[in-house]
Design a binder for this molecule. Structure first.
Ligand code: SAM
Length: 226
């Protein structure tokens, strides 16, 4: 019942503040019709990412976890026309759907979708000197969250903002009762590893904010590179 109220308030906030346009809604729908899971950020969260990119004055954004390009579209809207979003996606089918959605949204020209395991793509980005990135959004396989924060740091500069999604997991971040090998236990281990790194690395200043809404009870971690 609480969840239904959170979702209703999210809908109200989306209608009052966010103004998700038809192109974004169509992209979300196209992704669902193509069989992609509905695990993209909510409209208020997407707009929040766009505003973060603006606040940072980002020109180069790195996203890990593209899905159908919903958050990617918001991020691309937050950077200037000569800026770039590089987004990493493991599943070729997701990447294909994302490319079509990004083109439909008119941001295809400033987004590069890199297909493959992000832990293989990230060293390539380093070799290509694709960074430093001004904003990094981490939202892929949660078991690798700590590794992704380490890579974000390698590809950062002082002032870079790092955002990690889904760090609360309906409170499951505190669970210690799951058997090793359980996918959620691995997601929790990766997420706690990321949070502990964000909290302890001297190069970072970090916090996390819990959220409720259409996506249940969860939260984002935020860090700025000193
Ligand atoms: N950021 C997207 C949004 O809000 O619109 C949602 C991303 S979804 C939660 C996670 C995505 O990460 C999925 O598309 C999944 O295929 C991708 N993924 C999973 N493992 C990955 C890996 N090792 N490297 C890159 N992407 C991966």
């Amino acid at each position: 019942q609480a969840e239904a109220r959170w979702a209703a308030v999210d809908q109200y906030l989306a209608g009052t503040l966010v103004g998700e346009d038809a192109v974004l809604a169509e992209g979300r729908q196209a992704a669902h019709e193509a069989g992609l899971p509905g695990i993209e950020v909510s409209a208020p969260q997407g707009k929040f990412l766009m505003l973060m990119a603006r606040l940072v004055g980002a020109r180069k954004v790195l996203e890990i976890g593209t899905l159908g390009g919903y958050s990617t579209t918001w991020l691309a809207r937050g950077i200037p026309d000569d800026g770039e979003v590089i987004t990493c996606e493991y599943e070729p089918h997701h990447a294909e759907v994302a490319r079509a959605n990004l083109a439909r949204a008119g941001v295809g020209g400033k987004v590069s979708v890199r297909v493959g395991a992000a832990l293989e793509t990230l060293p390539r980005l380093e070799a290509e000197e694709a960074g430093p990135f001004d904003l990094v959004f981490i939202d892929a396989d949660k078991a690798n969250n700590r590794n992704y924060v380490e890579w974000a740091l390698k590809l950062a500069r002082p002032g870079t903002v790092i955002i990690v999604d889904n760090v609360v997991r309906g409170g499951a971040v505190l669970r210690t009762d799951l058997p090793a090998g359980d996918p959620e236990a691995e997601a929790i281990a990766g997420t706690r590893g990321a949070l502990e790194l964000l909290g302890s690395d001297r190069r970072l200043d970090a916090t996390a904010v819990q959220t409720v809404g259409a996506k249940g009870w969860d939260g984002f971690a935020f860090a700025v590179v000193k």
